[in-house]
Design a protein around this ligand. Sequence first.
Ligand code: TYM
Length: 341
Amino acid sequence: MAVVPLPRVLSGIQPTAGSFHLGNYLGALRQWVALQETTEAFYCVVDLHAITQDWNPDELRQNTLTSAAQLLALGVDPARSTLFVQSHVPEHVRLSWVLECIARFGEASRMTQFKDKSQREGAEGSSVGLFTYPVLMAADILAYQADQVPVGDDQRQHLELTRDLATRFNSRFGRTFTVPSGFIPEAGARVMDLQSPGKKMSKSLPPAGCVFLLDEPSVTAKKIRSAVTDTGREVVADPVNKPGVTNLLGIHSALSGRSVADLEQHFAGRGYGDLKKELAEVVADVVTPIRTRTQELVDDRAELERILAAGAARAREVAGVTVAAAYERAGFLAPAAGVVA
Ligand code: TYM
């Protein structure tokens, strides 16, 4: 009987903050864990992406380890998935350069995340890496021939660029890359900031609006208690007139698995205070075990490094094959035997 290969999955997360947040968890990481059951998964901490804006080297190193520990604590299982650090696999950068040369300046300029961030920093303050960031992301994905990419809604445009670059390379040089699809959840794809519910939850906004997985439960409860709600008293979802309450209901629903309609009934005749109190409990139930386990894993650095080294070795095997094929098709002279490429 022919063995049908499992679909391939690749995703990445930046180690920019010491802790992931609820948006990362609901938009992407929960799906990372679930997909391990049915796919061959590659998950990486994208440390190269974390230096496109100002960074501190010691913090980057520590945050990379804490990020890997959080992924394990969340349920990424190194016996089933390949977990690695992006900078340990030089194939990503080797492929990225070729993709940069087929990407067009105009299409990269249209990336909204680049436009937002570069507008804040100005042309003189924005790095060239910030501009080419989505092309490195495309290399991350294409190097593994990924079929599916579990991400939150904010990565849609980057995925579209990845698909365009794969198709362009394939049609010019022969079929080399799998053209991947996004795997974006229905609930939780866009978790909004608790203080500015018009903006997505993000580590780059003030911390009061962002629920970090490693926050103390009392800090989380306080952030949820202070979440901006809307005029009126009724706990109902209404994205236009009640964006704050709608966001809280959405988070509750994504975590508890209860539909928003069911929650509206549950809170009928009760106020925003009740919703916030219960939501803080629902969040604590999910994040407390993650927090505890992360701490244990961070304390065992040797074991973490062993897992990451094994992951990088496996990742290099797979990415190496793709990059060798892409280099050959692009016309680079193969190095003579004995020359290390
Ligand atoms: P990053 O590190 O900003 O975020 C990691 C994941 O979390 C999702 N996410 C959210 N989902 C819902 N609501 C939110 N408020 C929210 N904030 C973040 C993101 O969509 C993402 O899935 N460019 C990527 C990292 C990356 C990558 C890759 C992803 C690099 N290479 C290859 C997939 C494949 C990023 O900045 O994610």
